[in-house]
Ligand binder design. Structure first.
Ligand code: SAH
Length: 364
């Protein structure tokens, strides 16, 4: 406890301090970390929770990541791409319900038809969601993987202003073990720098609890977020998907579930302490491990949630990991449910607000 108090009083954490914080196990110590992170959040970004309606608009993917349920080789799902009308309907729903922002997420494709389709959708969403409450239309975050500089630039010019691209892990050899040879760590890094240079608010993150991943790896991940000067963080537990090559880790995963869940919460808290004024998402995968996981993420210092907006009939084909919640519900239920969950933990909600990263705003 004494050591913990000392570390929390420091202005600048060392990597060793971060390892110490991530290794805490006593419930009282974890609670102390949590409440400290919460206060840092309150002081730097306030208690508001911002909503990003998540539209998983296509599950077609050219990649074959060993952990991911929508990998190219998974033949047990039906591949789909939403029509533009369907996407626009989700976007209008988000705007009308005060969400302020949406995330457009999909599997990875780099062909010109797909890129043009995304640009057109962004433009249409922008022009059809302008209102008194949202004079510049919905805020749009993209999450469509690795693309060229020119493509990122097109997306930005079309009106998307935030981009999420997880590094997945900053340990290059672990990165190589979880991806096929055609996905490179260097390329992923390069993409993050392109996105920054173009002027996006850039979000990154990692999976927590990957087989062989160590506490030192996770401390390095947090350190990397700081060095990259990321504006947004989205991290979550790694969860086994049965139709992937990594289903061999099911036993490891089941045995370590509780540990992985707690580590994910500690990662949010330490990210908040280290990065202070960035936006941090409490991700859906937390709720897959524990029914109140997303609320817990908010209590550990996160300030963003992503209610699922994907039309319900498509949801069962966009399952990245087993046990994903909200898969059988109706489109509008997710928002209502999440909003009432947030209200239950007494957090105000930033309706009709883009809820941009304060960290980014201070730089520009
Ligand atoms: N193709 C896009 C987005 C889709 S996947 C992209 O590459 O950015 C979005 C995120 O889901 C990934 O970055 C990964 O971190 C996470 N994910 C995939 N499979 C997962 C699993 N089995 N458990 C937990 N998270 C997973």
């Amino acid at each position: 406890m004494e050591k913990l108090t000392k570390i929390l009083q420091k202005d600048n954490l060392t990597k060793e301090d971060i390892v110490f914080l991530l290794s805490l196990e006593e419930p009282e110590s974890i609670e102390m970390l949590r409440s400290y992170a919460y206060n840092i959040m309150r002081a730097n970004v306030g208690e508001y929770v911002y909503l990003r309606g998540l539209i998983e608009f296509s599950n077609i993917c050219v990649n074959d990541c060993y952990y991911c349920g929508i990998r190219k080789s998974n033949r047990n799902i039906k591949r789909y791409t939403l029509e533009s009308d369907e996407i626009l309907e989700c976007a209008r729903f988000a705007a009308q319900n005060g969400y302020g922002s949406i995330v457009l997420q999909s599997g990875e494709r780099r062909d010109p038809q797909f890129i043009d389709y995304i640009c057109r959708i962004i433009e249409e969403i922008k022009s059809t969601t302008k209102s008194e409450n949202l004079p510049n239309g919905l805020g749009i975050t993209l999450c469509v993987g690795e693309q060229t500089y020119a493509t990122y630039k097109k997306f930005f010019e079309a009106g998307a202003h935030r981009y999420l691209l997880r590094i997945e892990t900053t340990n290059p050899s672990l990165f190589a073990r979880i991806h096929p040879a055609d996905i490179s760590f260097e390329k992923r890094m390069e993409c993050l720098f392109y996105l920054k240079e173009i002027g996006f608010q850039v979000g990154t993150g990692v999976m927590i609890g990957l087989p062989t991943q160590t506490v030192e790896d996770l401390a390095n991940d947090l350190w990397f977020f700081k060095e990259l000067d990321a504006d947004m963080i989205g991290m979550g537990p790694y969860i086994v998907h049965r139709d992937t090559p990594f289903n061999i880790y099911e036993k490891y995963f089941l045995e370590n579930k509780r540990k992985i869940y707690l580590m994910s919460l500690k990662m949010i808290a330490v990210a908040r302490i280290l990065l202070k004024d960035v936006n941090i998402a409490s991700t859906t995968a937390l709720q897959a491990l524990y029914p109140l996981g997303r609320e817990e993420g908010l209590r550990f210092g996160a300030n963003v949630v992503m209610p699922l907006l994907t039309p319900s009939s498509y949801r069962r084909n966009y399952i990245l990991y087993d046990g994903k919640p909200c898969v059988d519900e109706f489109t509008n239920d997710c928002g209502e449910c999440l909003i009432s969950r947030i209200e239950k933990i007494h957090r105000p909600i930033g309706f009709d607000n883009w809820g941009d990263s304060l960290h980014f705003k201070k730089k520009h």
